[in-house]
Design a protein around this ligand. Structure first.
Ligand code: PMP
Length: 460
């Protein structure tokens, strides 16, 4: 079943008619998991999609509906689903054993690739996730500098550890979110993105800044873009003050280019946090950075220096299966044009979706950078020329706006019933496997969504 088989139904009714299997699973899940989900980003009204299998740029739900996939494993799958080389490496690793409780050859190769590809990574430490990577990067920065404060930017996401919760989607005044102690949030200083005066003032007022962390292309992979010139301002301020500059490249790493945003933009941080692509679609993360900082994890160096080493275990750090997927993925990315192909698809699909907006006279915008797509649905109804949209000036309007509700939820629903799955931003990440067929389906789905929303009176 698809949207075209029931032309006059509402988007929600069409979704419900298409997805009885998902509805049944969601009903059961609600009695077992809070809101029935395992990740807040999967919460969706009336119920989320339950997916059964995937291949390349597409996936199928439990009712056998097919979707062009822009979740891409939450950004982890730049090579698409089930890339044959990655899958062969994972299968081979599984057959040898999932956990040896020991060092192994693949982790050495993995570290070699990360340090060769990521300009800032003289040394690397593997973690279980991106959240663990940002937690470790902060701890390293504090140990190295002997200072306590962390500077973050409103709207930027760095995982869900206690230091990273305020100022992402709420608590923009820096007060602690539920379950976080006040003393801890006191050590976090929030700044507006691209605010040169604001960040200069913060550095003038605080002499105990250990680190500055940000998503180098902007919050949510460029949804709220960071100006490249602002990266240089941060590089200069941190160097002058002795603070550590951390690029959170959990999404941008190995995606924007084979060496991440830092290679593409020519600004090298002191430390880099990685996850998603680094472990080839399997669980994992990493902190890379200057040797003298990562030395705080080194038994011999800390002993020589009379320092207390940072303790860092982690059952699944550099596990052999994630290492196999990571090595296979990074080898492909470092020897092919996969990142460039995903980026080129991004430029073209954004342009074609923008044309749809112009043709349909809808004052939204489709924008983004590299292999990202963002749809701005203009909740304040201001004048926008879709082809001349400047997302930087819209950042204040985007901060704290709930996703997935109202119009954005309807856009996502419209795309779904027309065979495209984006997140509730609505935003998406592109893989190197997205091609002309996926482009055509996506643009048609966007046009059909807008027309359906006009029919239903959600937009004019
Ligand atoms: N940083 C950024 C920029 C992210 O996008 C994410 C995950 N979406 C994280 C950190 C946290 O990574 P993980 O989900 O692996 O903990």
């Amino acid at each position: 079943m698809s949207a075209s088989t029931i032309p006059n139904a509402t988007l929600t009714a069409t979704y419900e008619a298409m997805t009885p299997g998902s509805a049944a699973l969601a009903t059961k899940a609600r009695g077992l998991l809070p809101s029935g989900v395992a990740h807040d980003g999967r919460h969706f009204d009336p119920y989320p999609l339950y997916v059964q299998r995937a291949l390349g740029p597409v996936k199928w739900d439990v009712d056998n509906n097919k979707y062009v996939d822009y979740f891409g494993g939450h950004g982890a799958l730049i090579l698409g689903h089930n890339h044959p080389t990655v899958m062969a490496a994972v299968h081979a690793a599984l057959d040898r054993g999932t956990h040896f409780g020991a060092c192994h050859e693949l982790e050495v190769r993995w570290a070699e690739l990360v340090t060769q590809m990521v300009p800032s990574a003289e040394r690397v430490r593997f973690t279980g996730s991106g959240t663990e990577a940002t937690l470790m990067a902060l701890r390293l920065a504090r140990a190295y500098t002997g200072r306590g404060k962390l500077v973050r930017f409103r709207g930027h996401f760095h995982g869900w550890n206690d230091h990273m919760t305020s100022g992402y989607s709420n608590h923009f005044d820096g007060t602690p979110t539920s379950g976080v102690v006040a003393g801890l949030s006191d050590s976090v200083l929030l700044c507006d993105p691209n605010d040169v005066d604001g960040i200069t003032r913060i550095f003038n007022d605080h002499k105990d800044i250990a680190a500055v962390i940000l998503e180098p292309t902007g919050a949510s992979f460029g949804k709220m873009p960071i100006l490249p010139s602002f990266l240089q301002v941060l590089r200069d301020l941190t160097t002058q003050s002795g603070a550590i500059l951390i690029f959170d490249e959990v999404v941008t790493g190995f995606r924007v280019s084979s060496g991440g945003a830092q290679k593409a933009l020519g600004v090298t941080p002191d430390m880099t946090t990685m996850a998603k692509i680094v472990s080839g679609g399997l669980p994992g993360g990493a902190v890379g950075g200057r040797k003298d900082i990562l030395d705080w994890l080194d038994f011999e160096v800390t002993k020589q220096n009379g320092q207390e080493k940072i303790y860092h275990p982690g059952t699944f750090n550099a596990n052999p299966v994630s290492a196999a997927a990571g090595v296979a993925t990074l080898e492909i990315l470092s020897t092919t044009d996969a990142c460039d192909r995903a980026n080129a698809f991004g430029t073209e699909v954004r342009a074609q979706m923008t044309e749809v907006l112009e043709e349909e006279a809808v004052n939204w915008a489709v924008y983004g950078s590299y292999s990202g797509i963002h749809i701005y649905t203009n909740p304040d109804g201001v004048d926008i020329t879709p082809s001349a949209f400047d997302a930087v000036s819209f950042i204040p309007r985007m901060l704290g706006k709930s996703r997935g509700a109202g119009v954005t939820g309807q856009v996502r629903m419209g795309l779904l019933v027309n065979g495209v799955d984006m997140n509730s931003g609505p935003s998406g990440t592109i893989s190197a496997m997205h091609g002309e067929e996926e482009m055509a389906i996506t643009v048609d789905a966007f046009r059909a969504t807008i027309r359906a929303m006009k029919r239903e009176g959600t937009i004019q």
